[in-house]
Write a protein that binds this ligand. Sequence first.
Ligand SMILES: *[C@@H]1O[C@H](CO)[C@@H](O)[C@H](O)[C@H]1NC(C)=O
Ligand SMILES: *[C@@H]1O[C@H](CO)[C@@H](O)[C@H](O)[C@H]1NC(C)=O
Ligand SMILES: *[C@@H]1O[C@H](CO)[C@@H](O)[C@H](O)[C@H]1NC(C)=O
Length: 376
Amino acid sequence: MRAALILVAFLGIFSQCSYGSITAEEKLIRWIRRCGGTVDLEITNVSDEGLRGAVAVRDMNKSQIAVHLPAHIAVELGEGHVTSEENTVKLFRLKKENSAWNESMLPYWESLPQAGTSMTKQTYPAEPLDLLQDRILEASIVVHSAYTKNVYDGGKPALIESFQEEFPGVSYVDFSHITSVVASYAFLFPNEEGVAKRMLLPVMDMLNHADGTEHNLEIMQADNGDFYAYTLRDIDKGEELFHEYNTGIRRNDQSLFHYGFIREHDPPRLIAQDLPAGNLYEPAAYSEEDYEFGGRLVNKAELARLEAILSSFPTTEAEDAKLLEGKNGGWAGLLGGRSIQTPLERMFVKYRMLRKRALTEVIQKLKDALVITKEL
Ligand SMILES: *[C@@H]1O[C@H](CO)[C@@H](O)[C@H](O)[C@H]1NC(C)=O
Ligand SMILES: *[C@@H]1O[C@H](CO)[C@@H](O)[C@H](O)[C@H]1NC(C)=O
Ligand SMILES: *[C@@H]1O[C@H](CO)[C@@H](O)[C@H](O)[C@H]1NC(C)=O
């Protein structure tokens, strides 16, 4: 068995794109079964925000197979180091060079998010980015989307001569959308030679992410090339199934940048950038535990650093919470006096609110530790 190195996968807004009475998701599952696979889950609406996710359709014990995907319906893209923009070109080429295969994969293409619904570093619109109150995250998104645009406009990373000459008629909206899907849906698996390759895995890419002990599925590739999602513990019918995409997205700046979602952690977690040497691309070297008594970050300079970050925001956590509740009336200047309009704006405001909440909690924890060491 070969283990997934990193799953680089999913987040999408539930699209009830139906064929008569059956949805694209049901059509996908029936197609996988006709292709010889098994799927013991259903794709359904799992949150108030309309997020789709996978739910077990039967009780399962630990180490049982929830999904079996025959190798021939996986889509192999480029090597792990290749950019998502280049992998997107690879995908366009596969479709163009083999129209019979392209036709046969239609249920999969139709299960993917529609243009305009996949929001990641390639596709975030520039206008609401200042709501993040995070200059580094904002700048990183601007730089990444400029790279995507540059490839479309004729930039030449290794795999591409000229995108528009090779694929006339593909709009920038479609190119950046598919790039966002490839970046956030593809898994990274070593192939037979041990080379890490990006793979699109139908239905498995609809599993939502959970980390640490919360995820309940693991994805493996068998020696014959088939893919299996198996349970890590007993699961009840109706429970949501989760996979850990990647250990480098445990913090909200990382998951928002790469996958377009944030999570409310209990206890709250700092964003990666608020930890010393933290960044958007790697698992953080420090954690909240380092602020507890005896921890590596218990010192007054660290307290001053965190307090400076918390006092630098133009709004407080309480003000952000009021905005999210729709009570923006008394807060002149917040969103220019208007209320939150879109799910994206809501996520951005929630991002900054959760960031401040975590900072406040960690600062308190650090102060308590400094009192014990008599430094405060
Ligand atoms: C499904 O999504 C809608 C929003 O599109 C939401 O209002 C509804 O509560 C969700 N249903 C469930 C069961 O989560
Ligand atoms: C789970 O394991 C128990 C105990 O071995 C067994 O009785 C039960 O049938 C199993 N359930 C499934 C769904 O395999
Ligand atoms: C792939 O198939 C779809 C659906 O039939 C079609 O719309 C699309 O043009 C095809 N793409 C290519 C590159 O042939």
